[in-house]
Ligand binder design. Structure first.
Ligand SMILES: N[C@@H](CCC(=O)N[C@@H](CS)C(=O)NCC(=O)O)C(=O)O
Length: 204
């Protein structure tokens, strides 16, 4: 069987999505760790050999390298119950995964990285200037999720899919970016639901 290795930093929610997908499916996953704050994904060797975009996660399948968290989740989950069979539901799942990458992660994950790992005193003037816009956009993303989850247990269909995994990763630690979840009760109930899944693993 081809060995699958995740190039990761365990503090990253994008990496956690892939580990959670593998855990829920009972798939073995080796890991190779990097410190992104120390710039370990920006070395000439990493850029040439692993990902020219200088970021983790990267899923290594044999001698092929697949960057982008949601693409890696799709690769692992292909043919499993984490991807709905109905073609509308499949596209709807991708809708939420694209929403996660455009409207959610750039706001909620970036705020978490700046406040929890870098620290507000160390931020550049450019980063400080973006904080208000990211806070507003992050709250809008959480409101949209809360509205959907008020009427549904899962983002798509009647069971957990990759849409839930992609959105769970940074939502459940949103408080570390200054986003309290008390105003989003349906999101809080959904976080509990995901955490109770058989074979669930915590982030780290
Ligand atoms: N769209 C990418 C985002 C990847 C990304 O932003 N990775 C961050 C950690 S979560 C990273 O490697 N940062 C280090 C750097 O940019 O030097 C994904 O979903 O995988």
């Amino acid at each position: 069987m081809t060995e699958v290795t995740l190039h990761e930093d365990p503090r990253s929610g994008n990496c956690y999505k892939i580990k959670l997908t593998a855990a829920l499916l009972g798939l073995p996953l080796a890991t190779r760790q990097y410190d992104i704050i120390a710039g370990e994904t920006r070395t000439p060797d990493f850029l040439e050999r692993v990902n020219p975009n200088g970021r983790i996660p990267v899923l290594q399948i044999g001698n092929r390298f697949l960057p982008e968290s949601n693409a890696a989740c799709w690769y692992l989950a292909s043919g499993s119950a984490l991807i709905p069979q109905d073609s509308f539901d499949q596209a709807d799942m991708l809708r939420w995964m694209f929403f996660e990458q455009y409207s959610h992660e750039p706001n909620i994950a970036t705020m978490r990285f700046w406040l929890h790992f870098i620290g507000s005193a160390q931020l550049s003037p450019q980063q400080k200037a973006q904080m208000m816009a990211k806070r507003i956009a992050g709250c809008e993303a959480l409101s949209l999720m809360d509205g959907h989850l008020a009427g549904h247990d899962w983002f798509v269909g009647d069971s957990v899919s990759l849409a839930d995994i992609a959105l769970f990763a940074y939502t459940h630690v949103a408080d570390e970016g200054g986003f309290g979840l008390g105003d989003y009760p349906a999101v809080e109930r959904w976080i509990e639901r995901v955490s109770q899944l058989p074979d669930f693993i915590p982030m780290g």
